[in-house]
Design a protein around this ligand. Structure first.
Ligand SMILES: Cc1ncc(C[n+]2csc(CCOP(=O)(O)OP(=O)(O)O)c2C)c(N)n1
Ligand SMILES: [Mg+2]
Length: 580
């Protein structure tokens, strides 16, 4: 067998670790690697337009498949562009290996053309970040990087100078050892005993679920049934727990709805299950709290705990449920289910009533139709901004659909690049990008990637000609919105010019037909829906200070001559502001 180069060996290692694609943009120091990929047969090079999109795509692929995904950027600015997508992947615990190719090794430290220090730059968004200085070092560094990414779930960055990548690899250097599948983390006996005792001592137990309940639906239901517990969730828990859930009381947090907040505050034991929900102000102070998490560093970092349980949600419940005493009274559960229904009828339904004739189109109406028309196993990628709110409130999870967003890092422009990764993960699955117009425009160049590869992604642009989420924030903070508006843009025309199908939707009656047409089309489609910029959605818990902030902003805007908008806003929203 001919001698391998370091680059070939790198690609070989990726293939053995399950990598199928490397998303990136070429560049001289990266050329040996891209050439090795071209010849590999096992791994494909996916040519994106912006490296940030490459990192988002790899992060989404990893989140959907559970397998290692990969991206790459050339030296200096090329790999620097990866950084925001890598932060997102890392914070979403997506196993991603990024190759940051580097300037010639003999020039490092001289202020050379395009010189940066990726091994320093990417420290904060990775578990492992190393410079490969010699061919002999590469296999061990790359395997260590893979073990970190897969085992600790997050990003590893390998910095490889182009000259090293092109050199011959030492023979026999590839060691096949790779990490195994994830372990089951069973809590200690003491913690299990104490959790059982806490549950038995409580009359009213509420469970609040995060992403950590993925794969534990049956166990959560069995536990809730035995102790008659309402089950609420954070945004990242929604897709895993809200379906087929007779104990569901909705979502807490800034985008929340329903009775999750009440259930968490009116119980006497709250169990935080696989959630790192960051908004402590939504957590109660005068109830007992037990937290269960696979990551011990998360236990107690948001609120004071009565019990910290280091274990995974599924295994913990498997140990605890058979041992707790069954509760006989459903009084608390039924009360919370009632409150939940009432809250849903009052708030969530409000926007979708009488909106069939409303122009500009109400975004919640769009999402409710999208929810009806999308496939049962669709993947939705959701832009940071108001799309998060619409997705949280109108997409119906069923255990087969998936929702990917930038839910921890909170970056804009995530959805369309994540849709690229999702569609590469499975070409036959329906992938829908719910994009804000601001988010879409930010990485719009990568719409060309959809066209180039014929990916059948459906991009729904919520075109409100504004940075709507920030409009809302400014309003709630008592500031007159500024720097949040865009001139009207016809994204459907842009999509058509880019070689895809573009469908412009300006009237509510056209929404369903446009989505059906998009889903029936075998290639990429952009559905440009002109939506109402004043479709504010306020969290169910809004403080009086926040409301007076809203009033103050309204006052200022009236003074500045924005009466028309205030009137519109009052019509479409004020009925939804919960009483402080
Ligand atoms: C990269 C980045 N820049 C800025 C922000 C702050 N930010 C959060 S949401 C948002 C507005 C998003 O606007 P758009 O995509 O049009 O969605 P809309 O809220 O209007 O639906 C901004 C500017 C961010 N989260 N990420
Ligand atoms: Mg917008």
């Amino acid at each position: 067998m001919a001698k391998q180069t370091v680059a070939e060996q790198y690609v070989d290692l990726l293939a053995r670790a399950g990598v199928r694609h490397v998303f990136g943009v070429v560049g001289d120091s990266l050329n040996p690697v891209v050439d090795a990929i071209r010849r590999s047969g096992a791994v494909d090079w996916v040519q994106v337009r912006h490296e940030e999109a490459a990192a988002f795509a790899a992060g989404a692929e990893a989140q959907l498949t559970g397998r290692l995904a990969a991206c790459a950027g050339s030296c200096g600015p090329g790999n620097l562009h990866l950084i925001n997508g890598l932060f997102d992947a890392h914070r979403s615990m997506a196993p991603v290996i990024a190759l940051a190719s580097h300037i010639p090794s003999d020039r490092i430290g001289t202020g050379y053309f395009q010189e940066t220090h990726p091994d320093r730059l990417f420290q904060e968004c990775s578990h492992y970040c190393e410079l490969v200085s010699t061919p002999e070092q590469m296999p061990r560094v790359v395997q260590t990087a893979i073990r970190h990414a897969v085992g600790r779930r997050g990003v590893s960055v390998v910095t490889l100078p182009g000259d090293v990548a092109g050199r011959p690899a030492p023979r026999g250097a590839v060691e096949p050892a790779m990490v195994s599948g994830p372990p089951t983390i069973r809590p200690g006996d003491d913690e299990i005993d104490r959790l059982v005792a806490l549950v038995d001592a409580a009359d009213k137990v509420t469970v609040f679920c995060g992403r950590g309940v993925a794969g534990a639906h049956a166990e959560v239901m069995a536990f809730a049934d035995k102790v008659k517990a309402p089950v609420g969730h954070a945004l990242r828990g929604k897709e895993h727990i809200q379906y087929d859930n007779p104990f569901d009381v909705g979502m807490s947090g800034l985008l929340g709805y329903g009775a999750a907040y009440e259930a968490m505050h009116e119980c006497d034991l709250l169990i935080l299950l696989g959630t790192d929900f960051p908004y402590s102000e939504f957590l109660p102070h005068n109830v007992r709290i037990a937290q269960v998490d696979v990551q011990p560093d998360r236990l107690g970092r948001r609120t004071q705990l009565d019990l910290a349980v280091w274990g995974d949600a599924r295994e913990t419940l498997r140990c605890v449920t058979p041992r707790v005493r069954a509760k006989t009274s459903r009084a608390f559960l039924d009360l919370m289910l009632d409150k939940h229904l009432e809250a849903l009828e009052r708030v969530v339904g409000a926007y979708t009533r009488n909106v069939e004739g409303h122009v500009p189109i109400h975004p919640e109406y769009v999402t409710s139709i999208l929810d009806e028309e999308a496939a049962d196993d669709a993947v939705f990628t959701v832009d940071t901004g108001m799309c998060n709110v619409w997705a949280a409130r109108y997409l119906t999870p069923n255990g087969r659909r998936r929702v990917v967003g930038s839910f921890v890092h909170g970056s804009m422009a995530n959805a369309m690049p994540q849709a690229i990764g999702a569609q590469f993960a499975n070409r036959n699955r329906q992938v829908v990008s719910m994009s804000g117009d601001g988010g879409f425009a930010m990485l719009m160049g990568d719409f060309l990637t959809l066209v180039q590869y014929g990916l059948p992604v459906k991009v729904v642009v919520y075109n409100n000609s504004s940075l709507g989420m920030v409009d809302l924030e400014m309003m709630v903070d008592g500031l007159p919105p500024h720097g949040t508006r865009y001139p009207h843009t016809d994204y459907a025309a842009i999509a058509t010019a880019m070689g895809a199908r573009g469908i412009r939707v300006e009237r509510p009656a056209e929404v369903r037909g446009a989505l059906r047409e998009a889903f029936a089309h075998p290639g990429p489609v952009l559905v440009d829906v002109v939506t109402d910029p004043d479709a504010l959605s306020l969290p169910p818990r809004i403080t009086s200070a926040q409301v007076s902030g809203f009033a103050l902003s309204a006052g200022r805007m009236v003074l500045e001559g924005g009466v028309g908008r205030m009137v519109q806003m009052a019509r479409s929203n004020l009925r939804n502001i919960p009483r402080p």
